[in-house]
Design a protein around this ligand. Sequence first.
Ligand SMILES: CC(C)(COP(=O)(O)OP(=O)(O)OC[C@H]1O[C@@H](n2cnc3c(N)ncnc32)[C@H](O)[C@@H]1OP(=O)(O)O)[C@@H](O)C(=O)NCCC(=O)NCCS
Length: 452
Amino acid sequence: MDKLILKEQVEIIRQAFGYITQFKGCLFVIKIESTLIEHPLFPLLIRDVVLLHRMGINVILVPGARVRIDQVLDTYHIKCTTVDGVRISPPEAIPLIKMAAFDVSNKIITMLAESGAHGVIGNWVRAKGIGVRGGIDFQSTGLVEKVQVDVLRKVVLDGLIPIIPTIGWSATGKPYNCSSNEIAFAVSVEMNASKLFFIVDRLGIMAGNYKIPEDVYLTSDGVVSQLKTAQAGAFLDLNGGKNYDEQLDLVGHAYRACTSGVQRVHVVDGRVEGMILKEIFSNRGFGTMIYADRHDNIRPMVLADIPEVLRVMRPAVEEGALVPRSEEDLEERLADYAVYEVDGTVHACAALHVFPDRQGEIAGIVVDETYTNLGIGRRMVSYFIEEAAVKKLRALFVLTTQTSDWFSQLGFVPGKVTDLPAERQKNYNLQRKSLILRYKISGRRKGGVQVE
Ligand SMILES: CC(C)(COP(=O)(O)OP(=O)(O)OC[C@H]1O[C@@H](n2cnc3c(N)ncnc32)[C@H](O)[C@@H]1OP(=O)(O)O)[C@@H](O)C(=O)NCCC(=O)NCCS
């Protein structure tokens, strides 16, 4: 074999192994465009999804059903109007719409079975009617009210692949026709997914006649290759005011997902074999990736956050993992604190106290109990490491009784009391027997802060 080809293949395998380890146990929500369901390569797409699942990646599928619903309604000569891309679903059409949506889900179940995987279709989406808007009654067309996260999580943990049809039910069991994009978005946010995929029938988000923010890169095919959350927001602002538009709808959902905790949203072409695998397991993305900056949800604490911060801290204080702090303590050192906030709720906080000898202490780091193990703590530390570099500190340290292993994983190394700033040595509580861990700051280089 040509040495170059061999080298390239080995490199791909290495990259793939790296990503497999990274994504094991993570959750991906995959929305599939309805036009792809009849595509000749669709069975291969489902086979690739099964491969992901076998590698230990949890998967939830949300198949679009628009094309199948159109076919079924046509067969029964039922005409529906569409307003801003939303189908107005008369109640008498709902049995047929349900049938079409479940038909698509059943088709996928069969394909999963052919690849040896187990899928399950369920009613995990609670919906409510859109109601009357601008004088138009949307009848049985609904909006996602909530996702039944506990039940869905059990299904995922049982090793099954949930398939969510485009139907939601009210608390009293009334079915509504919902948007599959909205369902995928809501499920990804509420289930804390690592990635949300929109598998579409084009190359990605196409630049076309849209106004593109200045710093956004386009491929030679005219695909918007990446958008940071803020750029996605700018893209929406620049092109807003238009009537309903499929691409803006996708970017809008991606933007909201990234500002609600989902790290990455990929818009990928489902007509090309293996595209989803290429997107996940190689360094080179092919479609459009909309992604949250590592520090997107982190901001300085303000006075109004203090009650929330005290709430987040309470369990750790009760367990003795954190030194108690009063409202006045937090107020006094307000400027040192940062919070991790999503949609107005604080999920984590931490402080960086700076000492005259150019050392900084990371203190009071805590993540809301229901949001642990999502990488938020790591992002808070990384935020302060960057802060420390900007402030030209020479080292960070932390005093901890229960989290030394965690800080070690982040590159912190054991230190001595004499390493601490003089003022902190005086206050060092011998009885608490906290371990001292340090992190040297070596200045800013391309790609972030380096550990010495
Ligand atoms: C410690 C804490 C801040 C970590 O935040 P987090 O957002 O859950 O952490 P991340 O998601 O970045 O990292 C999770 C990983 O760290 C591991 N981890 C969490 N707490 C740990 C601990 N005390 N010791 C060792 N490892 C720990 C998790 O098992 C997980 O491992 P995995 O990636 O192999 O699955 C959070 O658990 C917390 O608030 N604890 C209570 C308060 C506390 O002890 N603060 C420290 C005061 S010094």
